[in-house]
Design a binder for this molecule. Structure first.
Ligand code: FES
Length: 340
C-alpha cells in the first residue's frame, strides 16, 4: 500500500510524493527527484536528518553519533533509515533548493461560488476539476492567487482540507479598496478562471500528541478552518479549543460551521472575542490573550497554533513569555494583509 508523504523545507516549500510499502524514505524521495543531502546512507553521519511532524514511522538503524535519545524523542529521523507506516509529513531545516527540488506547482482553477459571509469577509470556492493534477497541501498552508484582469498576486490560506473533489476554499478580507476585494465585489463570477501556485508556507498541523489551542485573528481563521476540517475528518483524541478574535461582532463569520465542530470533534471548545464591540455586545470583549484559559495552558502541555495579524501574534508571544508558559509549543503564521 502506498503512503503519501510531504517534505517541507525552511524556505516554506512543500513537496508531496508517494512511498511504497516498506520502502526506505530516501529511496522514494530520490526516485521522485527530491535529492536530500546525504553521505553515508548507513545511519551514521546524520546528513539526511529531518523531523517527523505527523504520521507513523520506524527507523532501521540510528547511530548515537547521528541522533541522540533526546533527538529521537523529538521525532528527529534519518531519511536513509526511515520507513513510514502511514501518510506522514517531515520537516527539513534547510532550503528546498539544496535538493534541486522544484517550487510550488501552478494550477488553473474555476470559481464555483463566492459569497460574503460577514461585514468584512467573503468566502471564495474554487475547483481544479476532475481532469488534471490534484492539489496536495497540508492544512494550514496557503496558495498565491493571480487576480483575474490584473498582474497582481495575493496569498490566502486554504479554508478546507485537501479533498479528492479538488475543491478549494479561501476566506478573503474585504478592504474598502483593494485589488482582490474589488475583484470579489465587482467582477467575480462563477466560471471565472484563476491561476494559482501552491502549496506554500511552513504553518501546518503537526503530529497531534497534546491538547490543541487554535487562535485566529480576523481572516487568519481560514488556516484554522482547514485544520479543524482535518481533525473532524481523521478524528482527534485530544481536546481542541478554538479562540477567534475580530474587531466588531459583524466581522464574525462561518459561525454555523464552527458550532458544528462540537458534533464533529469530541472535546471541541469555542471562544469568540470582540475587541471593539458595540454597546449591545454581551460576549467576551478585549484581546484574545485576556481570555485564555490559563489553567488549561498551564496544566495541559498544549500545542498552540496562532494565525492572525502580526501585532496579534506578537502580543500572544509576549503574553506567553510573561506567564512563563514554557511548556506551550507555539506555531504561528503572521498573516500580513495587503492594503491594496
Ligand atoms: S546519509 Fe548518513 S545518516 Fe543518512
Amino acid at each position: 500500500m502506498n503512503h503519501k508523504v510531504a517534505f517541507s523545507f525552511a524556505d516554506g516549500k512543500t513537496l508531496f510524493f508517494p512511498v511504497q510499502a516498506n520502502e526506505i524514505l530516501l529511496d522514494a524521495a530520490l526516485r521522485n527527484g527530491i535529492n536530500i543531502p546525504l553521505d553515508c546512507r548507513e545511519g551514521v553521519c546524520g546528513t539526511c536528518q529531518g523531523r517527523c511532524e505527523s504520521g507513523d514511522y520506524s527507523q532501521d538503524y540510528v547511530d548515537e553519533e547521528a541522533l541522540s535519545s533526546q533527538d529521537l524523542q523529538q521525532r528527529k529521523m534519518l531519511t536513509c533509515q526511515t520507513r513510514v507506516q502511514s501518510d506522514a509529513a517531515f520537516y527539513f531545516d534547510f532550503a528546498s533548493s539544496l535538493c534541486n527540488a522544484a517550487g510550488p506547482d501552478q494550477f488553473t482553477a474555476t470559481v464555483t461560488d463566492v459569497k460574503q459571509v460577514s461585514a468584512s469577509t467573503a468566502i471564495l470556492h474554487l475547483n481544479l476539476g476532475k481532469v488534471g493534477p490534484s492539489l496536495d497541501y497540508l492544512p494550514g498552508q496557503y496558495a498565491r492567487l493571480l487576480i483575474p484582469g490584473t498582474g497582481n498576486k495575493r496569498s490566502y490560506s486554504f479554508a478546507n482540507r485537501p479533498s479528492v473533489s479538488n475543491e478549494l476554499q479561501f476566506l478573503i478580507r474585504l478592504l474598502p479598496d483593494g485589488v482582490m476585494s474589488n475583484y470579489i465585489r465587482e467582477r467575480c463570477r462563477v466560471g471565472d478562471e484563476i491561476a494559482l501556485e501552491a502549496p506554500l508556507g511552513a504553518f501546518y498541523l503537526r503530529h497531534i500528541a497534546r491538547p490543541l489551542v487554535l487562535v485566529a485573528g480576523g481572516t487568519g481563521l481560514s488556516a484554522l478552518l482547514g485544520m479543524l476540517d482535518e481533525l473532524a475528518e481523521r478524528g482527534c483524541e485530544q481536546p481542541v479549543h478554538l479562540y477567534y478574535g475580530v474587531r466588531d461582532a459583524a466581522d464574525l463569520c462561518e459561525q454555523a460551521r464552527i458550532n458544528a465542530y462540537e458534533q464533529r470533534i469530541p472535546g471541541f471548545r469555542y471562544t469568540e472575542v470582540v475587541s471593539d464591540p458595540s454597546p449591545h455586545w454581551t460576549g467576551k470583549r478585549g484581546y484574545i490573550a485576556e481570555h485564555f484559559d490559563v489553567a488549561e495552558l498551564r496544566d495541559g502541555q498544549v500545542d498552540m497554533y496562532v494565525c492572525g495579524p502580526p501585532p496579534m501574534v506578537e502580543s500572544i508571544k509576549t503574553w506567553l513569555q510573561a506567564q512563563a508558559l514554557d511548556s506551550v509549543h507555539l506555531y504561528y503564521e503572521k498573516f500580513t494583509e495587503s492594503n491594496a
